[in-house]
Design a protein around this ligand. Structure first.
Ligand code: WT7
Length: 637
C-alpha cells in the first residue's frame, strides 16, 4: 500500500495543516479517496455543534472490513496481520496472515448470522486478549452489527449496566482469561451479569482456559461448535454488509464526571479514515513494520491502534495477552526482540512501573528493531520520558506523546515521529484537521502563546463521536454545552512559547488511574452501596506509578470495630460493583464532609487535603461547618 497523504517533512506538515483549515472538505475528501467505497459520498461534511450533528462522507457506502481485509488480499495475503503472543511465554505464538484473518472473520461472521445477529444489533464482547477478540470485533463490523467491547476487568454489575444501556441481545465471551498469574472467570462473570438481563438471547463462548463453566441450554453455545457448523455448511463466503458512512460501527463505554458510564458512538466512514490517517502519520508507518500497541482492545486505544488503524494500513499488529511484569519485568523487551518490533506504543504508567525494576530487566536485550516509541493515556512526566528515550529508544527513536480520548476516536495532538519535533512531556502540535483552542472559565478564548486554559476543539474531525448511545442530549450537555459552538475535552492544557500543547490533566471530576478513566461519582456510588457507609467523597491524588490514586473520604457507621476490616470490605464492594481498577488506594474515615450551605461537597478542599497541601485550603468560611476541615486534615492518610 502507498499512502499519498503521509507527511514527510515539517513543510509538508504545515502545508497539510493549512489546507485542512482552509479547505477541510477538499482535504479530507482527497484522503478518503484512497479507501475502498462501494459508493462515493455525496457531501464530505455537514455539521452543527449546537445540536450536535456531525456527518462525514454522507451518502458514502462502505464496509470497514473490506478496507481492513479484502483489499489487502492480493498484495498482502501472506503478510502477517496479527501476531499473537500468549500470556505464557512457553505457549506457542499464533500468526494470522491477512488471508487467514479474512477467512476467520468470514467464518465467525457466519456464526453470528446463524445465531440470529442482524445488521444494527448490538453485540457485547467480553474476552481476554486473544486473536478471537479481534476476529469477533471484525465479524460484527462485517455484518453491520454494532460491537461494544467491555474490558475483561469490569464486574458483572458494570457489564449488566452496559448491556441494558445498549440493549444488547448477544454476548461473545471466553470461558476464562489469563493475565499474569491470574485467571479471570469471564463466563462466570457474564452469568452473574445476565441474571439482570433476560433479554440476552445468545452467549457464544470461546475456550481459552478450559475452566469449568456452566452452559445454559438454549442460551449458551460454544464458539468451536458453531465454527464446525459453518464448516459443515461448506464454509460459505460472507459478503460484507453495505454500510452507510454514518451507520454506527461501535459503542464504547467511558466514564464521565456524573452518572453511569456513557456509550460513546463511532460511525463507519469517518472513524476508518481518521484512525488510518493518524496511524500512518503519527507513527510514520512503513510497509513491513511490526506495530506493538500494548493496550487492551477493551479500551479505545486497542480499537484504533491494534485493530482498525493498523489493519486498514495493511500493517502487522502485535497482540499481547499478558502484562508487562509477568513472568518478569523484562517481558515487553523479550517480545520486542522476539518479533523485531518497530513501533512500541504504551502508557506512562507502564513505563513508570518498569522503571521501578531498574535496568536489569532491560539488559541483555538488543531493542535494535525499535524505530518509534509512543505514549498515551495520561500526561507523561519528564523522568519517565527520559528513561523511555535513553533506556528503550537508546536516544535514536522519536517518542510520540499522543493526546486523545475515547470520544475523539483517534490521536488529535501529537508530534509526527521523526518529522515534527518532540518535546518531553508535551503532546506538541495538532494533527492536520484538528483545530484546538484554549478557553478561560468564562469561555473566552485565550490567545497567544505561553498561556493556559481548558482545551476545546472548534471544528469537527472525521473520527469524533457522533452521540452517546440512547441519549443524544447527554452528549450535547457533556461535550457541546459548556462552551458555545465548541467541543469541550474536559482537559486542562498549557500552550508554550512555541505553540506546543501540554495536556495537564482533567479539570472535571474524572480520574485517570493508570491511564484508566474513572468517574469520582461512580466510585462514590459503589462505596455507598456498602451497607455501613453513610456518605462518601472521592478525589484523586498524585501517585508515583499510577499517575493518580483514588482517595476516599467515608462516613462509616458499620458494625466493624476494626478500621482495617471495614476498609477491606469497602474495597471489595467497589471491586464487585465496578471492577478492581476502581479500588480506592486510601480510605479515610471521617465524621463529616465539607459542604457548602446548599449541601454541595467542596471537593476542592478534599483534593488539597489528599494532595497534602493542607496550608493551601483557601477560603473555608462559606462552609456549613468549617471545623470538619481541621478534623479531616488531621486524619489525613
Ligand atoms: C483522557 C482520555 C486516548 C486513549 C487512552 C485514554 C488523558 C490521554 C494523554 C496524553 C496527557 C492524556 C486525558 C484525556 N490523556 N492521552 N498523551 N497526555 N493526557 O482514553 O480513557 O478516553 O481518556 O486521557 O486526560 O482526556 P480515555
Amino acid at each position: 500500500m502507498s499512502f499519498p497523504y503521509q507527511i514527510k517533512s515539517v513543510d509538508q506538515y504545515k502545508a497539510a495543516y493549512d489546507k485542512s483549515v482552509n479547505d477541510p472538505e477538499g482535504f479530507w475528501g482527497e484522503i478518503a479517496s484512497s479507501f475502498y467505497w462501494r459508493k462515493k459520498w455525496d457531501k464530505v461534511l455537514e455539521w452543527d455543534f449546537k445540536k450536535p450533528t456531525i456527518k462525514w462522507f454522507a451518502g458514502g457506502k462502505l464496509n470497514i472490513t473490506e478496507n481492513c481485509l479484502d483489499r489487502h488480499l492480493n498484495t498482502l495475503g501472506n503478510t502477517p496481520a496479527i501476531i499473537w503472543e500468549s500470556n505464557d511465554p512457553e505457549e506457542p505464538n499464533r500468526v494470522l496472515t491477512y488471508r487467514e484473518l479474512h477467512a476467520k472473520v468470514v467464518q465467525f461472521a457466519n456464526v453470528l448470522k446463524n445465531n440470529g445477529v442482524q445488521k444494527g444489533d448490538r453485540v457485547c464482547i467480553y474476552m481476554g486478549m486473544v486473536p478471537e477478540l479481534a476476529i469477533a470485533v471484525l465479524a460484527c463490523a462485517r455484518i453491520g452489527a454494532i460491537h461494544s467491547v467491555v474490558f475483561g476487568g469490569f464486574s458483572a454489575q458494570s457489564i449488566s449496566d452496559r448491556l441494558q444501556d445498549a440493549k444488547a441481545e448477544f454476548v461473545v465471551t471466553c470461558d476464562g482469561g489469563f493475565r499474569g498469574n491470574k485467571e479471570i472467570p469471564l463466563k462466570s462473570v457474564i452469568d452473574d451479569a445476565l441474571v439482570q438481563c433476560h433479554f440476552v438471547k445468545r452467549v457464544i463462548v470461546l475456550t481459552r482456559t478450559r475452566t469449568q463453566v456452566s452452559m445454559i441450554e438454549g442460551r449458551d453455545v460454544w464458539w468451536e461448535e458453531e465454527i464446525r457448523k459453518v464448516e459443515a455448511q461448506g464454509n460459505p463466503d460472507c459478503v460484507a454488509e453495505e454500510m452507510d458512512a454514518e451507520d454506527m460501527l461501535f459503542i464504547l463505554y467511558t466514564s464521565g464526571s456524573t452518572g453511569k458510564p456513557k456509550g460513546v458512538v463511532h460511525t463507519c466512514g469517518g472513524y476508518m479514515v481518521y484512525t488510518n490517517y493518524s496511524f500512518v502519520n503519527v507513527f510514520q508507518y512503513q510497509p513491513g513494520d511490526v506495530h506493538f500497541c500494548t493496550a487492551d482492545i477493551g479500551w479505545i486505544t486497542g480499537h484504533s491502534y491494534i485493530v482498525y488503524g493498523p489493519l486498514s494500513a495493511g500493517a502487522t499488529s502485535l497482540m499481547f495477552e499478558g502484562i508487562p511484569t509477568w513472568p518478569n519485568a523484562g517481558r515487553f523487551w523479550d517480545i520486542v526482540d522476539k518479533y523485531k518490533v518497530n513501533v512500541l506504543y504504551t502508557a506512562p504508567t507502564a513505563i513508570r512501573s518498569l522503571m521501578g525494576f531498574g535496568l536489569d530487566p532491560v539488559k541483555g536485550h538488543s531493542l535494535d528493531s525499535v524505530k518509534v516509541l509512543g505514549t498515551v493515556g495520561e500526561p507523561i512526566n519528564e523522568e519517565a520520558w527520559h528513561w523511555y528515550d535513553e533506556q528503550i529508544g537508546k536516544k535514536k527513536c522519536p517518542i510520540v506523546d499522543t493526546w486523545w480520548q475515547t470520544e475523539t476516536g483517534g490521536i488529535l495532538i501529537s508530534n509526527l515521529a521523526g518529522v515534527t519535533p518532540a518535546k518531553p512531556a508535551h503532546a506538541t502540535l495538532p494533527l492536520p484537521g484538528v483545530q484546538p483552542l484554549l478557553v478561560d472559565e468564562n469561555g473566552k478564548e485565550v490567545t497567544g502563546n505561553s498561556v493556559s486554559g481548558n482545551l476545546c476543539i472548534k471544528f469537527p474531525w472525521p473520527g469524533m463521536l457522533r452521540t452517546t448511545y440512547g441519549d443524544h442530549e447527554r452528549c450535547r450537555v457533556n461535550y457541546f454545552a459548556t462552551y458555545e459552538n465548541l467541543y469541550f475535552t474536559g482537559d486542562g492544557c498549557l500552550r508554550d512559547e512555541n505553540g506546543n500543547y501540554r495536556i495537564t490533566g482533567r479539570v472535571d471530576d474524572v480520574l485517570n488511574v493508570s491511564g484508566h478513566r474513572i468517574g469520582t461519582a461512580e466510585v462514590e456510588n459503589a462505596i455507598n452501596m456498602h451497607a455501613g457507609v453513610v456518605e462518601s467523597a472521592v478525589v484523586g491524588y498524585p501517585h508515583d506509578i499510577k499517575g493518580q490514586g483514588i482517595y476516599a473520604f467515608v462516613i462509616y457507621q458499620g458494625t466493624h470495630g476494626d478500621d482495617a476490616l471495614a476498609r477491606q470490605d469497602i474495597t471489595k464492594t467497589v471491586s464487585k460493583i465496578i471492577g478492581a481498577i476502581a479500588k480506592p488506594d486510601k480510605i479515610q474515615f471521617v465524621s463529616g464532609l465539607p459542604k457548602t450551605r446548599s449541601g454541595k461537597i467542596m471537593r476542592r478542599i478534599l483534593r488539597k487535603i489528599a494532595e497534602g497541601e493542607i496550608d493551601k485550603l483557601g477560603d473555608t468560611t462559606t462552609l456549613l461547618d468549617p471545623s470538619v476541615v481541621d478534623e479531616i486534615a488531621k486524619g489525613r492518610l
